[in-house]
Design a protein around this ligand. Sequence first.
Ligand code: SF4
Length: 50
Amino acid sequence: MAQDVLCEVNNCVYNKSGNRCGATQIYVVSNKGKEAETSHETDCRTFKPE
Ligand code: SF4
């Protein structure tokens, strides 16, 4: 289980100072279906714009 999620998406409502995610949980999906080859093919579905 991830304890400290670092994230550089500055305009997400869950992004705290120091680039830490403050969400209680995050949902990460592959943008290539159910599998991914690289990290570039994954996305945070919990993202919510400010
Ligand atoms: S919810 Fe996702 S996009 Fe938002 S701060 Fe957390 S990891 Fe980053």
